[in-house]
Design a protein around this ligand. Structure first.
Ligand SMILES: C[S@@+](CC[C@H](N)C(=O)[O-])C[C@H]1O[C@@H](n2cnc3c(N)ncnc32)[C@H](O)[C@@H]1O
Length: 213
């Protein structure tokens, strides 16, 4: 089984519990704030075509959709289970007109060049099996005047945070096939101009804004 199949299977298995974990107050409160900041950083006017990579249960699709007047938001994922619950959420919230959830692999996306005004990825780049291919695809999909917002986890800044970081990183690898020790910023800088919008949780959660070079 390839690493990608393992990631998809892991998230398929998590489908039933994902929203439960997401709504657990200790996790959901700070996460919600960080994700809201990521959506705010998209600076939407209303007409944009937005791509949410690795949408999971589609939570932020339902926050982006009300910001759009004649635009559209598409959430993609390689987990069929996640796509299914994202679709159910869209249906439940009555947002079908401007919101879609589809199966698509960001390492080999089926969307055409320069298709999106905005791209967003929240806690996705650390789970994508080949993030270098994904960054290349994002550069292809984003319009030259577009922007991409990345919210993700990384190594802490100060040495005192490492005793907290190491067990979190190991359990994320074991249970979520997530690589918190990946340097996402470095690989994005090969394709984009990257600016840091925010650093939270001792530098372990960061928000990046990427524009074309
Ligand atoms: C940690 S979850 C984040 C979900 C959501 N963005 C959130 O913030 O709650 C990562 C998601 O990325 C998806 N994913 C991993 N590799 C992917 C790829 N190559 N293309 C699209 N989605 C991918 C996983 O299936 C999973 O649903």
């Amino acid at each position: 089984m390839s690493e990608k199949e393992k990631v998809a299977l892991r998230y398929d298995r998590w489908t039933r519990f994902y929203d439960l974990i997401d709504n657990f107050p200790l996790i959901s409160r700070p996460q919600r704030g960080w994700k809201e900041a990521a959506v705010y950083a998209l600076e939407l006017q209303g007409h944009e075509r937005v791509l949410d990579i690795g949408t999971g249960s589609g939570q932020i699709l339902t926050w982006i959709a009300p910001c759009l007047t004649d635009g559209m938001v598409i959430g993609t994922d390689i987990s069929h289970g996640m796509v299914k619950i994202a679709r159910e959420r869209i249906e439940r919230k009555g947002l079908k007109e401007r919101t879609h959830a589809v199966y698509d692999d960001i390492e080999h996306s089926s969307f055409p060049d320069d298709h999106f005004d905005r791209i967003i990825a929240t806690f996705t780049f650390t789970t994508i099996p080949d993030p270098i291919k994904a960054a290349k695809e994002c550069a292809r999909l984003l319009k030259p005047d577009g922007s991409m917002i990345i919210l993700d986890t990384g190594k802490p800044r100060g040495k005192y945070a490492w005793p907290l970081f190491v067990p979190m990183m190991l359990s994320a690898k074991l249970f979520g096939r997530t690589h918190m020790d990946r340097d996402i910023r470095e690989l994005l800088e090969k394709r984009f101009e990257v600016n840091t919008c925010a650093n939270n949780f001792l530098g372990m959660v960061y928000l990046l804004k990427c524009t074309s070079l």
